[in-house]
Design a protein around this ligand. Structure first.
Ligand SMILES: C[S@@+](CC[C@H](N)C(=O)[O-])C[C@H]1O[C@@H](n2cnc3c(N)ncnc32)[C@H](O)[C@@H]1O
Length: 189
């Protein structure tokens, strides 16, 4: 894929973000990783995104799933207006949009084979619930973990706790990927 050549669905979601002045979408490296992990997810995979935003991460996941119809995706956001705007763009029938707190929804709707925890609920709050909701061999992705990007927003201590929880968890094997906004990818043993 050429640098400017993102999948059309991703380009549309990025356009929505630009129009809304929404600056929290995942970047391309994270999106490509999500696409690859979605493509590798098992038959009948259940995929969860915490924090829909304008649908950039979701679009990468859909791109990764390609023509598959065996998998399903649940995406959650607390912003009802934003969620409705994204939902209205038209998506495959196997995507479910839920308005609510990610920390609550992840506890109610698991298990999941792939989770992109990209909202405070289920990442900064309720991370243990998210880990519990992973299926065996389920994959958890968090981005935006570089402490240098959080020197003024007060999130550095909470992100340090997230990092420590994931890398030291006895039920997970995790790797830190120091590119982009810094990622951690963890798999349930
Ligand atoms: C970083 S953005 C998500 C970006 C999106 N995942 C992407 O890659 O394009 C975080 C989103 O989480 C939502 N949010 C904030 N608190 C939340 C919570 N407790 N549960 C679910 N979503 C939440 C915000 O409204 C925002 O849209």
């Amino acid at each position: 894929m050429e640098p400017s050549d993102v999948p059309p669905l991703v380009a549309l979601a990025q356009r929505r973000a630009d129009d809304a002045g929404f600056a929290m979408s995942c970047d391309r490296g994270v999106g490509e990783l999500l696409a690859v992990l979605a493509a590798a997810s098992p038959q009948g995979a259940r995929i969860l995104e915490l924090g829909t935003g304008t649908g950039v991460g979701l679009s990468w996941i859909v791109h990764g799933l390609g023509s598959r119809v065996d998998a399903s995706v649940l995406t959650v956001d607390t912003d009802a207006g934003l969620l409705e705007q994204v939902r209205a763009a038209g998506w495959p029938a196997w995507i479910e949009f839920v308005c609510g707190d990610g920390a609550r929804v992840v506890g109610e709707r698991g298990p999941f084979d792939l989770v992109f925890a990209d909202a405070p609920g289920g990442k900064l709050d309720g991370l243990d619930t998210t880990i519990t909701a992973l299926a065996p061999r389920g994959v958890l992705v968090v981005d935006d973990m570089d402490p240098d990007l959080h020197t003024t927003d007060g999130l550095a201590p909470a992100l340090a706790t997230v990092r420590k929880t994931l890398v030291a968890h006895p039920g997970l094997i995790a790797t830190e990927i120091p590119c982009s906004t810094h990622l951690i990818v963890a798999v349930k043993r």
